[in-house]
Design a binder for this molecule. Sequence first.
Ligand SMILES: Nc1ncnc2c1ncn2[C@@H]1O[C@H](COP(=O)(O)OP(=O)(O)OP(=O)(O)O)[C@@H](O)[C@H]1O
Ligand SMILES: [Mg+2]
Length: 268
Amino acid sequence: MANHVPVDYSPAVTQSPIEIAFDGVTIARGGRRILENVNLAVERGETVALVGRSGTGKSTILKLVNRLLSPDAGSIRVSGRLTPEWDPFDLRRHVGYVLQEIALFPHMSVAENVAVVPRLLGWDERRITARVGELLDLTGLGGSDFASRRPHQLSGGQRQRVGVARALAADPPILLMDEPFGALDPMTRSEMHEELRRIQAQVRKTILIVTHDMGEAFAMATRIGVLADGALAALDAPGPIARSTDPRVRGLLLPLVEAAEALRSAAR
Ligand SMILES: Nc1ncnc2c1ncn2[C@@H]1O[C@H](COP(=O)(O)OP(=O)(O)OP(=O)(O)O)[C@@H](O)[C@H]1O
Ligand SMILES: [Mg+2]
């Protein structure tokens, strides 16, 4: 395969501070309207968390961004360019994707899993080895024999880190994360949040992260979008979301409020 060729950034692309823009997006799946006239603009460098109950269309939104799905109405722009105008291969290396079910290749080592996209891009071996080392350090998997292990020789949390490392491998400016820490115990989860904030401080990406856990959204996001009934019921900074009186938002906050109250009353 040809050597790594950078994506062609036309001036119209780089001038836009909006990295992901949904304009009146409607989509049905399995005969049912999932999203109805959704508008969403994610600015460069933001971490936007999409929160909502199961089946509200969170994963659908991510799949629309990297064109695994196409809308029935409306349009989606990525870095200023309409998704149908992107070459699919360019789009997928421009947009890193951490899947809801971390799908590592079981027969490949951790290092080989992380190297998948750089190898597809035709990077030379020395560059790949250096990049893999860098990413394993970044995701807290450096310094041991992790690189040579197979996925089944890792804990669930370590596998999820490999998923994050793999999505970052070709340094995409945009990162989609679908419940990336869903399978983790609460403490490992918090550590991963900390780690992702550290990664985000080092390599500022535009991140769209999906979760059904409002606590996770508060831990990581600059803005939180609440999906309910096919629409964005709210899209705001954590403060206004925490103070929202909208029952669709309050419903998602309830577990946090209950946990905080239980802790307070136990500590009395
Ligand atoms: N391949 C498909 N065919 C038909 N319907 C689908 C398909 N995939 C998803 N759906 C439906 O689309 C709706 C939205 O699915 P989506 O995966 O976006 O939900 P989600 O918010 O990510 O849920 P979860 O929190 O459970 O992951 C659901 O009602 C689901 O049943
Ligand atoms: Mg989902």
